[in-house]
Design a protein around this ligand. Structure first.
Ligand code: G
Ligand code: G
Ligand code: MN
Length: 768
């Protein structure tokens, strides 16, 4: 059952954890879709670029229309023969591709245009001329292209060079191709890298390529042929403006403001590694969700850090190796946010739990405190709280010193445990411990008396012996203050314990309801009678038994007679109960006789019943039914209750005696009985209380008391039963002093009528 409920709560916890992760994932996915995470994504991607920063391939060369060229050529726009010359030079040097990022959309001098067109026509290299596009309108993606003049474009491929910065003004992407009014057109970079793809698809430029590692050459130097001819063999060359005064410059994420031609070169370099495939954020988010689950389930901060570390490393590895090995572009911001959110959430929960836990612990002693008690109390009804107040706690503190207090409280707890205190013990106050008790009131009271006794000997704390005295207060389970108050009331009146009024009332209510159930118990089979053998020390066999009642309560479990006999006495139900036992005993003795076993059975009878005319009359009429001979029965009268109307009691007992019933004085030595009781009551037997018998074989004083009592009883013509024999040595001692009967756990515990029959038969067989 318990493991099932534990399983259930564990399963429940898992569901909550999974739901938390799911909710986080959904929230993050929504904000990722809305673009909220883009700024973070940009930062992360930049970090990715920095991580895998590397040199350009060297395949793509840039011929710069730089400051030196501007200074050398002077007139702007340049005559097209300069471009023609450069094309010839590069073509001679064996360049594979010659691409221009220069606007040739308007005609210039006719001679100059012819010259340039001729150079293009003669070139073996593939020549690419730029198309500059403008958006047709803000909403439209279609481009209005401005093409090179027809004379030039006849001899060249066309490549779009539009650059479109993102909303933050930075250029991150480049199209594979653009759409003009009628046809898709590849971009210059796609042409250069000889990659194809879907027009209108933008790809991210790989800014991990360091722009300053692109091989660069000054336009004027190339024009003058001042270069190593091997430089350009098989290379792809882009020609464009880098001189600041030409203004063709754009802001980029990692490398600041750079010329458009360099961006074109970087874009082409990017495509050389393959067209980047954008994976997006969903997949990494899903992966992060697994780690987030582990984080949410983490029981310690270390585990949170470990899982977070693993998750974040994996996400960054995905970004890094995806880009460097597989040309994948992976968006990781949502995944990272997922991990961070899960870690923060879990961390906060753990901090809160720690805080909650600390709130439930008494700092000085480490014991659970009053709040913990109040929380625990919420789950108990029908229970009581017991406050144990330490008398003179300030004096104790002075003796042992402030830092030994937790030791002292620990010793005290040990004592309480030894004395039968179960469950957690709380420190509800500087000077008071407390616990929850579900014992029946009478049992609780006797337990508390026992505790007070056990605490009487001093405890040792760090070498000094400290006397402790506890005073107990009992209140309803949810009222620690009332328990404390009751304890101080008890201390004031010099009592061991006291109830708070309310608790007293509820204890009474509980007892009354128990008594209400007694009748039902007698009708049903909740009540049973057990028999404890009395061993005949001369015959060496069992010749009689004491009947002891038991109540197996369906809700409260086994109830001991100590609890309900006194209640039955107080509520005038003891007569019915005793008659119930008497009838049951008569039935059992009858059965035993039928089985050939002659046994005398003793019944406990409260002293107060003896003086009840009604009770004695009913007993007489039962005895007169003659179901068994009356001399098979013994009435044990407990002497602790003072016998009120002594003469009345004497005459009732005498009547029983006349019928043949034996009369025994129970618990002899503990109560108020005097020698005159012994003399005047019509007794046949004396039961020496177990507190004298138990240690008589090794305690000289007890031995003396027991042996002289046996002697005295014999003088008075009484048989003697010694009870509480728990050891063989004790039995031997009793034999030696001539005691008649012995009763105790060493001989046998109380047992059912059937078991008793078998046990008695075997001892008879053994004796014979
Ligand atoms: O063995 P046990 O725990 O039953 O005994 C507890 C006390 O209850 C003993 O003092 C015993 O005398 C008493 N007791 C047991 N059965 C009866 C009974 O039937 N009637 C009375 N009056 N007392 C009983
Ligand atoms: O008071 P009365 O004599 O009726 O007591 C009987 C009680 O004594 C029962 O509770 C019974 O269980 C208990 N009892 C019987 N034998 C022993 C014994 O050897 N040791 C102890 N501790 N209790 C015993
Ligand atoms: Mn008894």
């Amino acid at each position: 059952m318990q493991s099932l409920s534990r399983w259930r709560s564990r399963a429940g916890r898992r569901v909550v954890q999974a739901a938390t992760v799911l909710a986080l994932a959904v929230a993050i996915a929504l904000s990722a879709s809305a673009g909220t995470l883009q700024p973070l994504e940009n930062v992360l991607q930049n970090a990715g670029f920095a991580m895998r920063s590397h040199a350009a391939s060297g395949q793509i060369h840039v011929v710069e229309m730089d400051a030196a060229s501007v200074a050398a050529i002077q007139r702007w726009p340049w005559d097209r023969e300069h471009y023609a010359r450069v094309v010839e030079r590069l073509d001679e040097a064996g360049a594979r591709t010659i691409a221009f990022d220069v606007d040739f959309s308007t005609a210039s001098d006719r001679e100059q245009d012819d010259r340039f067109a001729a150079a293009l026509a003669d070139a073996n290299a593939t020549v690419i001329l730029p198309v500059f596009g403008q958006r047709g309108s803000f909403a439209e993606k279609r481009q209005l292209d401005s093409l090179p003049i027809p004379q030039l474009r006849e001899h060249a491929l066309l490549g779009s060079v539009s650059v479109s910065p993102a909303s933050d003004g930075l250029v991150r992407e480049m199209p594979i191709g653009t759409f003009n009014a009628d046809a898709p057109r590849p971009s210059l970079s796609a042409q250069l890298a000889q990659r194809s793809g879907v027009a209108d698809d933008d790809f991210p430029i790989d800014f991990s390529i360091q722009p300053d590692t692109l091989p660069r050459h000054s336009f004027i130097a190339v024009k003058m042929g001042e270069f190593d001819p091997a430089t350009f063999a098989g290379k792809d060359v882009i020609i464009g403006a880098t001189a600041i005064e030409m203004g063709d410059r754009y802001a980029t994420p990692v490398h600041g403001v750079i010329p458009g031609v360099i961006i074109q070169a970087l874009a082409a370099e990017t495509l050389l590694d393959g067209v980047p495939v954008e994976i997006g954020w969903a997949l990494p988010l899903l992966l992060a969700a697994l780690f987030a689950y582990a984080i949410i389930a983490a029981r310690s901060r270390n585990r949170i850090l470990v899982q977070f570390g693993l998750g974040a490393t994996l996400v960054f590895a995905l970004l890094h190796f995806g880009a460097s090995e597989f040309a994948l572009r992976i968006a990781i911001a949502p995944a990272l946010v997922m991990l961070i959110a899960a870690a923060l959430l879990r961390w906060a929960i753990l901090v809160r739990e720690d805080f909650e836990e600390a709130r439930l612990v008494d700092a000085e002693s480490g014991m659970p405190n009053r709040r913990a008690l109040e929380r625990a109390a919420a789950t108990h009804d029908r229970s009581r709280i017991v406050a144990a107040m330490i008398d003179e706690f300030d004096a104790v503190k002075l003796v042992i010193g402030q830092d030994a207090i937790s030791d002292f409280l620990a010793r005290l707890q040990d004592r309480l445990r030894v004395a039968g205190c179960e469950g957690p013990i709380y420190r509800i106050d500087d000077r008071a411990l407390a616990w929850v008790s579900s014992l029946e009131p009478l049992e609780l009271e006797s337990r508390l008396l026992g505790m007070a006794a056990i605490l009487r000997s001093p405890v040792e704390v760090r070498g000094s012996r400290v006397d402790i005295k506890l005073t107990f207060g009992i209140a309803d389970v949810n009222a620690p203050d009332e328990a404390l108050h009751a304890a101080s009331q008890a201390a004031r009146h010099g009592e061991c314990f006291a109830y708070h009024e309310q608790a007293q009332k509820s204890a009474l209510d509980q007892q009354l309801s128990l008594m209400g159930e007694l009748e039902e118990a007698m009708e049903g089979d909740e009540l049973s009678v057990l028999y404890q053998p009395k061993f005949d020390l001369r015959a060496e066999r069992i010749t009689s038994a004491e009947a002891l009642i038991r109540w197996r309560h369906p809700v409260r479990g086994d109830l001991r007679p100590d609890i309900f006999i006194p209640l039955a006495e107080e509520t005038n139900r003891i007569d019915e109960l005793t008659l119930f036992v008497l009838r049951r005993v008569i039935d059992d003795v009858r059965e035993w006789r039928k089985g050939g076993l002659e046994i005398r059975a003793a019944i406990n009878i409260s002293a107060r019943l003896i003086t009840s005319a009604d009770f004695t009359a009913r007993v007489e009429s039962i005895l007169l039914e003659d179901r068994v001979p009356a001399d098979r029965l013994i009435f044990e009268i407990t002497e602790s209750a003072t016998i009120g109307q002594f003469d009345l009691a004497c005459s009732a007992l005498r009547r029983f005696r006349d019928l043949g019933v034996g009369v025994s004085m129970d618990d002899y030595g503990t109560g108020q009985s005097t020698l005159s009781y012994l003399k005047r009551l019509p007794l046949t037997e004396l039961k020496i209380d177990r507190s004298f018998v138990q240690h008589a074989h090794r305690d000289h004083a007890d031995a003396l008391l027991v042996s002289s009592t046996v002697e005295l009883a014999h003088q008075l013509g009484l048989q003697v039963v010694a009870e509480g024999i728990e050891e063989e040595a004790c039995l031997d001692f009793l034999r030696e002093i001539g005691c008649d009967y012995a009763q105790g756990y060493f001989i046998a515990r109380p047992m059912s009528a059937d078991a008793f029959f078998d046990t008695a038969q075997t001892t008879i067989a053994r004796a014979a």
